[in-house]
Design a binder for this molecule. Structure first.
Ligand code: AHR
Length: 660
C-alpha cells in the first residue's frame, strides 16, 4: 500500500498536481467526535396530495362512503329505486341512501362504488364490508347482497365474491361481513343490492382489507405503511403542506374534525383536486378517516417523533389573498386554543377534556408530543404577526414544547431573508425551509449550512426534492444530487436537526405533483431512488459528526473537488465509522479515505461498501420494474488507516467500518 501511495504521489507531483487532487484524499478525524446528530435528523413528511391518504395510505376502498361529496352520489352508480336522504344518524354526515323494492321479482335496486381508480382486490385475501343500516318502514328483516365484481373488457361483469347481509332492526346499527375472492383484480367494483322486498337505509358504506398495517380496523394499507417503517424515520410531519392552510379558512385542515368516531368526521375538500388545471381530480376529497389520532398512532408505530402542523390563521397565500382569508390577529383566540388543545389531545392526562378523547379512541397513554409547527408556507409581515400569539400561549402552557416556524416557500430571496430574522426574533426553536429546486441548485448548495448562525433557531429542511430542469419527474440523477446535498446537512447536524423529502406518496393514476418518494397503484408500491437515498442516510445516520476534509476543506462539490461531496459520522452504539461519498461527475474518481488518528491497536474491520448507481441516470424504479436500481453491498478491507477506492461516475457510496 505504501508503495502504491508513493508511486501515485510522485506521478501526481510530476504532473504538477497536488496529491489530494489526484487521489481525492479525504481525511476523516476518527478521534474527535463532533456535533451530536439528532434522532430526528432524517424523517418523513406526509400530506394528502397525489391521493396519499384517501385512495392511498388510508386503506378504505370505498370512495364517498358517507354520500357527502357535493354531488352526493359521486363515485356511485345507482339502479332501481334508490333515493338520497339527509336525516341520518351522524350529525356531521347526514346523507344516506334508501333502497326500495323495485316492483318486480326480476328487477333490482342497488348501487355500485367505483373505488379509487377501481378497487384493488387480491386473491385469497379477506375484505371487511361494513355498513350502517336500518329498516325505515319496519318489518322484521330485509336482506342485501354485497358483491365484488370484475368488469371485463367486453363490458361483461362477473361477481367473484358475494355475501348476504340480514338487516334486522328499525334502528340504525352497524353490520359487517367478510368477502374473500379467488382472483386478483385491481379494478373491481363493489355492488350492493336489495335481495328481499323490505326497504333498507344504508349509510357509511365501507370496505377495508382485513390485513391492514398492524391489523387495525379503520387501518392503513400495509405495504405503504411498511415502506414508511423501513426508513426508520426520526420524525413524522403531518398533515401538510398546503392542505393545512386551505384555499380559504373554512377548508383549512381542522384537526378537531378528524378525531372521534370515524362515521361522524365531516368531509373536507382537498385543494389538490383543483390546484393544477392540467391535473384536475374532481373526486378528490378528504374523508378525515385518517385523522390526527391515526397520525399520532402511526408515528408511534414507526418510531418517529410526531410533528403536527396547524393553521396560523392564514389561508394559502398562493391561492387566496382576500381579506377574509386572513383571521385578524385580535381574533386568533380559537386558533391558538386549537393548538393548546392539540397538545392536550396528544399528551394530556385521561382526565383532561382532550386527553379523554384520545383515551376513548383507544390510547390512554400520552403520545409524548415534543414538536409543533404553526403555519406552512406563509410569508410577509402577517406571518410573524400571526405566529407571535401562538408562541406566547404555547410557551406559557407548555414550556418544553419545541415550536417550528417557517421561512416561507423559497430557499432564498426576499421572503426568506425577511422571515429568518423574524423567526430568530420570535425565538422559534426550528425554522422550516422548503426547496424544490433544479440540479444546478443542488450542486451549488453543498456548503449551504456551513456558515449558518449557530446561535439562533435550528433548521428543519421540511420539504425538498431535486426537480430536474425540464425533467420534473423521478430519475436517478435527481436522487444522486439529493444525496450530495444531504452530506452538507449531515456535516452541519449541529444546526440541521430534521430533514424530510417531499412529497411522500403518489398514486400512478392520480398524481398532481412529482417527483415523489413512493409511487403506488391499487395493488403495490415502488420505492424510488430518492427513497433509497433517504433510507441509506436514515439507517446510517450515526450519533456524531466526524470532520472530513480534502485539502483541509469540506467536500462540498466546490471548484477543484471533482464533483465530490462527502460526510462522515460515528455511531456510538456499535462503534462504527460511516463515510458517505457522492460522485456527481460523469467521470470515475479515485478516492482515498484516510482515517486519521487511529492508534496501532485501533482496527477497522467488517468493512462494507454500499453503492447506489444506475447506468441510465434518467431512469428510476417503476411499478413494472421496482428493483431496477438497488443498493449493491460488497465487503471492503482496509490496510491500516487508508482505503483506496474508485468511484464510478454518478455514484453514491457509503463505507462502513467497525472500530475495535
Ligand atoms: O409538497 C407539495 C407542496 O409543496 C406542499 O403542500 C407545500 O408546502 C409546498 O408548496
Amino acid at each position: 500500500m505504501k508503495i502504491h501511495k508513493t508511486l501515485i504521489a510522485s506521478l501526481a507531483l510530476s504532473a504538477g498536481m497536488t496529491l489530494s487532487a489526484q487521489t481525492n484524499e479525504m481525511v476523516i478525524q476518527t478521534k474527535k467526535p463532533g456535533a451530536e446528530i439528532q434522532p430526528t435528523m432524517y424523517g418523513l413528511f406526509f400530506e394528502d396530495i397525489n391521493y396519499g391518504a384517501d385512495g392511498g395510505l388510508y386503506a378504505e376502498l370505498v370512495k364517498n362512503r358517507s354520500f357527502e361529496f357535493p354531488q352526493n352520489l359521486m363515485g356511485w352508480k345507482t339502479f332501481g329505486k334508490v333515493t338520497l336522504q339527509n336525516d341520518g344518524p351522524f350529525e356531521r354526515n347526514p346523507h344516506y341512501v334508501r333502497l326500495t323494492e323495485p316492483g318486480h321479482a326480476h328487477k333490482r335496486t342497488g348501487l355500485e362504488n367505483e373505488g379509487f381508480f377501481g378497487i384493488g382486490i387480491k386473491s385469497g385475501e379477506e375484505y371487511r364490508f361494513s355498513v350502517w343500516a336500518r329498516l325505515p318502514q319496519g318489518g322484521t328483516s330485509s336482506k342485501i347482497r354485497v358483491e365484488l365484481v370484475k368488469p371485463n373488457s367486453m363490458g361483461e361483469q362477473h361477481a367473484f365474491a358475494s355475501q348476504d347481509l340480514v338487516i334486522d332492526s328499525k334502528d340504525w346499527k352497524k353490520y359487517q361481513v367478510i368477502l374473500k375472492g379467488g382472483i386478483t383484480e385491481p379494478k373491481s367494483i363493489l355492488r350492493i343490492f336489495l335481495s328481499s322486498t323490505t326497504t333498507v337505509d344504508l349509510e357509511h358504506v365501507s370496505l377495508f382489507p382485513v390485513d391492514t398495517w398492524k391489523g387495525r380496523e379503520n387501518g392503513l394499507r400495509k405495504d405503504l405503511a411498511q415502506d414508511l417503517a423501513d426508513i426508520k424515520p426520526g420524525v413524522f410531519r403531518f398533515p401538510g403542506g398546503c392542505i393545512v392552510e386551505g384555499t380559504d379558512l373554512d377548508t383549512r385542515y381542522d384537526w378537531k374534525k378528524t378525531v372521534g368516531p370515524v362515521e361522524n368526521r365531516p368531509l373536507n375538500e382537498n385543494r389538490w383536486h383543483y390546484t393544477f388545471p392540467h391535473r384536475f381530480y374532481p373526486d378528490y376529497y378528504q374523508s378525515y378517516g385518517m385523522g390526527f389520532y391515526e397520525f399520532f398512532l402511526l408515528s408511534e408505530e414507526i418510531g418517529a417523533e410526531p410533528l403536527p402542523v396547524l393553521s396560523c390563521g392564514l389561508a394559502c397565500q398562493f391561492q387566496n389573498n382576500d381579506a377574509e382569508a386572513h383571521v385578524a390577529v385580535c381574533d386568533l383566540d380559537s386558533y391558538v386554543q386549537d393548538a393548546l388543545d392539540l397538545i392536550e389531545f396528544a399528551n394530556g392526562d385521561v382526565n383532561t377534556t382532550w386527553g379523554k378523547v384520545r383515551a376513548d379512541m383507544g390510547h390512554p397513554a400520552p403520545f409524548n408530543l415534543k414538536f409543533i409547527g404553526i403555519g406552512n408556507e406563509q410569508w410577509g409581515p402577517e406571518y410573524p404577526e400571526h405566529l407571535a400569539p401562538f408562541i406566547t400561549a404555547i410557551r406559557k402552557a407548555y414550556p418544553e414544547m419545541k415550536i417550528i416556524g417557517s421561512s416561507g416557500p423559497g430557499s432564498e430571496g426576499k421572503d426568506f431573508d425577511y422571515l429568518w430574522p423574524e423567526m430568530k426574533r420570535l425565538k422559534v426553536d426550528l425554522v422550516d425551509e422548503h426547496f424544490y429546486r433544479p440540479e444546478s441548485w443542488f450542486l451549488s448548495q453543498g456548503a449551504r449550512y456551513d456558515n449558518y448562525d449557530r446561535k439562533g433557531p435550528k433548521v428543519f429542511a421540511g420539504e425538498y426534492a431535486c426537480h430536474g430542469k425540464g425533467k420534473k419527474w423521478n430519475h436517478f440523477h435527481a436522487a444522486l444530487l439529493e444525496a450530495a446535498f444531504m452530506t452538507g446537512m449531515e456535516r452541519n447536524a449541529d444546526i440541521v436537526h430534521m430533514a424530510t423529502y417531499a412529497p411522500l406518496f403518489a398514486h400512478v393514476e392520480g398524481w398532481q405533483w412529482r417527483p415523489d418518494m413512493i409511487w403506488f397503484d391499487n395493488m403495490s408500491s415502488v420505492r424510488t431512488a430518492s427513497y433509497l437515498v433517504q433510507q441509506l442516510f436514515a439507517l446510517n445516520k450515526g450519533s456524531n459528526v466526524l470532520s472530513l476534509t480534502m485539502d483541509k476543506k469540506n467536500v462540498t462539490g466546490a471548484e477543484g473537488q471533482n464533483g465530490l461531496f462527502a460526510s462522515a459520522v460515528w455511531e456510538q452504539r456499535d462503534n462504527t465509522i460511516i463515510v458517505k461519498v457522492v460522485n456527481t461527475s460523469d467521470k470515475a474518481q479515485p478516492v482515498t479515505l484516510n482515517f486519521a488518528g487511529l492508534k496501532k491497536q485501533d482496527v477497522l474491520s467488517d468493512g462494507v461498501c454500499i453503492k447506489l448507481r444506475s447506468l441510465n441516470i434518467d431512469a428510476d424504479n417503476t411499478l413494472e420494474n421496482p428493483t431496477a436500481i438497488q443498493p449493491q453491498e460488497s465487503p471492503v478491507s482496509i490496510e491500516g488507516n487508508i482505503l483506496n477506492a474508485e468511484l464510478e461516475p454518478y455514484t453514491f457510496a457509503l463505507y462502513k467500518f467497525k472500530k475495535k
